[in-house]
Design a protein around this ligand. Structure first.
Ligand code: 5AD
Ligand code: SF4
Length: 463
């Protein structure tokens, strides 16, 4: 099927589609299964909003569902394998319930290879769309129901960023907001530039309108999303930098905390370091993915900075914002990584002393430059991974223990995942705190005294 025409949600097109869909979707139930990062999580919030516009009831049990949506991730092979496994399971369900519709969207579907596998092996899939055309979902579904045929609709790049798609957010007090889409960096291990297309910034006006509206509805914390927020504004007619945007968001009444994900060290500016010092709402937490400690490997990864340049930025921010918490993404086993290169990563981690980190074993992604290089032995990769964790976790524990006795402001988020009797929230530094308290505190920012700490969380008490 050819790609459908673009629809404009500011006009009446959506209501017309919804009207036509009504007889098919009334009283139907839908499940969304989300894989991957915050970007995908937020895309699922938009999909959920669209489903509600279509009168679907969102449920969790796939056995009860009339429509199942898999919002997929391609960052590592394991993420793709999970999706194929789930689609296999759903074959059985579709046999039991002929009217069940299955939709696959997200990063995997932006890749021809993965689309082909889904098309060939899973004839139980009815709708395929990608990351750049979520707004077309109702149109596609109407086609499936009305014409009883399968549809595939993919757009390479994000084109329709002003369509004001709503989002069905999980919490009303903390919200994700896209500030840009896509990525131009082409790190040699990474599939994202192929799945999310070229970098495109949203206009500040659109972003501010969304954030003002969120604040008016109770949002206290916004997390700005983009693959490389430091290059925000490059494609805009008017010249705005990421720090210009932060300054404007800092002025929005009702917003108390600003976070962002993810920044790239090559574009990380002094201006942003001073923003951490000067903007009262910008949280004291910086996630600055290093990926590797060896300058040789960083060059092979096409990262555009050396170990020394990265450390220089870290030392500078530690000097200007001494209480900042630091986090990173690190990978072991990239093609060409020798024992000496790995020891450079260890050395860098000792010097930075991260408060938290996301650690990965390199996974070969077909279509990327690094996939054509000689790969490292799996056993060596795993051994390096464990040695890295053996270094990172004790540092993390020590840094968490240093919080004991302090009073920290915590945004109370939910009932604790580890103890149903307790609540949990996050400090400005993104540290998880569990504490005893009543449910009406959820959504509030309260002071807590830190009484204990382990590697992954703190314990606090109300004062
Ligand atoms: N293998 C392992 N980890 C990867 N990442 C990106 N691509 C790969 C890959 N092929 C990691 C990077 C990135 C994070 C989101 O995922 O560390 O920052
Ligand atoms: Fe992938 Fe690099 Fe872009 Fe991050 S900056 S999404 S690692 S290509």
């Amino acid at each position: 099927m050819e790609n459908l025409e673009l629809i404009d949600y500011k006009k009446d097109d959506l209501s017309e589609i919804l009207y036509n869909l009504k007889s098919y979707t009334e009283n139907k139930k839908a499940v969304i299964l989300t894989y991957g990062c915050q970007m995908n999580f937020h895309d699922s919030e938009k999909i959920s909003w669209l489903l509600e516009q279509m009168d679907f009831k969102i449920i969790e049990d796939i056995n009860e569902a009339d429509l199942i949506i898999l919002n997929t991730c391609s960052i590592r092979k394991s993420a793709e394998d999970k999706v194929y496994g789930k689609l296999g399971e759903l074959k059985h369900l579709k046999k039991l319930k002929n009217s069940l519709k299955v939709c696959v969207c997200g990063c995997m579907m932006q890749r021809q290879e993965s689309r082909d596998i889904v098309k060939e092996k899973f004839e139980n899939v009815d709708i395929i769309f990608g990351t750049n055309n979520i707004y077309k979902f109702p149109q596609l579904l109407l086609k499936v129901y009305k014409d009883n045929e399968k549809v595939i609709d993919i757009e390479e790049n994000y084109t329709n960023d002003d369509n004001n798609l709503g989002a069905n957010r999980l919490y009303n007090f903390k919200s994700f907001v896209n500030i840009m889409y896509g990525c131009n960096n082409f790190c040699t291990y990474c599939i994202v530039p192929y799945t999310r297309g070229r970098e495109k910034s949203r206009r500040p006006k659109e972003i501010l309108n969304e954030i003002r509206d969120l604040a008016a509805h109770g949002t206290k914390e916004v997390t700005l999303l983009g693959q490389n927020v430091n290059s925000y504004g490059k494609n805009l007619d008017e010249k705005y930098t990421f720090t210009d945007l932060l300054k404007m968001i800092n002025e929005v009444d009702g917003i108390e905390r600003i976070r962002f994900m993810t920044s790239h060290p090559k574009d990380f500016s002094d201006e942003l370091i001073y923003a951490f010092r000067d903007l009262d709402k910008l949280s004291n937490f910086l996630h600055l993915p290093v990926q590797a400690g060896s300058s040789k490997i960083l060059k092979l990864m096409n990262r555009h900075y050396t170990k020394e340049q990265y450390l220089e930025k870290i030392y500078k921010i530690k000097e200007i914002v001494p209480d900042i918490a630091l986090s990173t993404d690190i990978m072991v086993g990239f093609p060409g990584e020798t024992e000496e290169d790995f020891l450079e990563t260890i050395d860098l981690c000792k010097k930075v002393e991260y408060d938290s980190s996301f650690t990965f074993i390199y996974s070969m992604r077909e279509g990327t430059i690094a996939a054509n290089k000689e790969q490292i032995d799996e056993a060596i990769k795993h051994q390096r991974f464990n040695r890295l964790l053996d270094l990172l976790y004790p540092i993390q524990l020590r840094k968490n223990k240093a919080e004991i006795g302090k009073v920290k402001k915590v945004l109370v988020e939910d009932v604790s995942k580890t103890n149903k009797e307790a609540l949990s929230g996050r400090t400005e530094e993104f540290k998880l705190v569990n504490f005893k308290g009543s449910g009406d505190l959820i959504g509030k920012i309260i002071p807590l005294k830190i009484t204990d700490a382990n590697t992954f969380s703190l314990t606090g008490e109300i004062i």
